[in-house]
Design a protein around this ligand. Structure first.
Ligand code: FES
Ligand SMILES: [Fe+2]
Length: 378
């Protein structure tokens, strides 16, 4: 960790360049995308302190349902102990630390596979066989619980014991995102793709309107009018905006019914938002998506894109076929981006690499890169 702090000190002159006004600013230096020490510091300063969406309540619909997940090697369990309750706790046995649950499913309890300590579905310890003579008091013990909140169908957790109040964190999005009515949607599919680049390259790519007309000509690039786009910037590194763009389909044709809350909006509306550090929210007239960007290593990132629709979409004629086409369309967009962000990763560690100036279309990237510097240097 100390290494990363020293590295940040050395990078100060380059951070000064990033923090200049947009017309004079340069992007972040390559080291922040390639250094393992900086990656470790990001875990502590960003992912272990921020509210993170880890999935949807509908993924654990019934009592006893559970799923496991990893955030930067921290293994967690999400479970539903009662109809109106969701628990999130560390997947770490109180004996030696073995993961007590794996994959997903429905269970009454979790038996640790190593020495069979038994836990309730909410993580409370039920029994510890062979421990009768142990004088350590285990009564009332439970797997370490994380603070969690539900927002518009999403399960947010925070690894910190003393996080920013969730209500303060979500307030700008709660107030502004009229179009992100995901509590009125169901998940149609979840696209999971690993990309060989640092997580920040992908988060930045998802708000980079500058490249859309260049690399997405065979998907949606021709249907986005982004030149006059104005970003609303939030002080926590987030942003939201709307602009003109056609639905995500070949030829931009609308396939699914118009979202009930968007019937009065222009048919070519697109809305997007970013919640720092790793969420990208998106709406077209007929569909909603939430992109989650998860760091796996300094140079590997997992994208999980949730495809959501309100009820009416699920009963259109040829639904399965249309969903397949939509899924392939989204995958194609990611494939087009992956080539670029993997190339960025290839050069980020080069001693010859010097980050270049920003375009006026990179306003939201600038905002986020400055926020990153503040988070990492304070
Ligand atoms: S590690 Fe779980 S019971 Fe020993
Ligand atoms: Fe893209």
């Amino acid at each position: 960790m100390q290494e990363a702090v020293i590295q940040f000190d050395r990078l100060k002159p380059q951070f000064t360049e990033t923090k200049k006004k947009l017309s004079q600013a340069r992007h972040l230096p390559g080291e922040v995308y390639s250094s393992a020490d900086i990656y470790a510091l990001e875990k502590e300063k960003i992912f272990m302190t921020h509210w993170l969406s880890i999935g949807r309540t509908e993924e654990v619909p019934n009592v006893g349902d559970y799923m496991t997940f990893q955030v930067m090697n921290e293994s967690i369990v999400i479970s539903r102990p009662a109809p109106d309750q969701i628990s999130v706790f560390m997947n770490q046995c109180l004996h030696r630390g073995v993961e007590v649950a794996s994959g997903c499913g429905n269970a009454q309890d979790f038996s640790c596979p190593y020495h069979a300590w038994l836990y309730n579905i909410d993580g409370t310890l039920i029994s510890a066989p062979g421990m009768k003579t142990c004088e350590v008091d285990l009564k009332g013990s439970a797997l370490h619980r994380l603070q969690m909140r539900i927002w518009r169908g999403w399960i947010f957790v925070n690894f910190s014991d003393n996080p920013v109040p969730f209500e303060d964190f979500i307030e700008p999005y709660e107030r502004n995102l009229w179009w992100f009515q995901t509590d009125q949607c169901k998940m149609a599919d979840k696209v999971v793709i690993d990309v060989a680049c640092n997580w920040k390259f992908l988060v930045e790519n998802l708000i980079d309107i500058y490249h859309v007309g260049v690399i997405h000509t065979s998907t949606f690039g021709g249907f986005v009018k982004g030149e006059k786009l104005k970003f609303n910037l939030e002080k926590d590194g987030g942003w939201h905006t709307s602009y003109e763009a056609r639905p995500h389909s070949k030829g931009g044709k609308q396939v699914f019914p118009t979202l009930p809350w968007a019937t009065k909006a222009p048919s070519g509306i697109a809305c997007k938002a970013g919640i720092y550090p790793n969420l990208n929210l998106s709406m077209r007239a007929d569909s909603v998506r939430m992109w989650h960007v998860w760091p796996i290593s300094p140079s590997k990132t997992r994208i999980i894109c949730y495809l959501l629709f309100p009820e009416a979409a699920f009963s259109i004629p040829n639904y399965d076929e249309e969903l397949k086409k939509y899924r392939e369309f989204v995958k194609q967009i990611i494939a087009e981006d992956a080539v670029m962000v993997e190339s960025l990763q290839n050069t980020a560690g080069s001693k010859f690499f010097k980050s270049g100036p920003m375009s006026p279309l990179e306003e939201a990237l600038h905002h986020m890169e400055k926020h990153y510097i503040d988070l990492m240097t304070n």
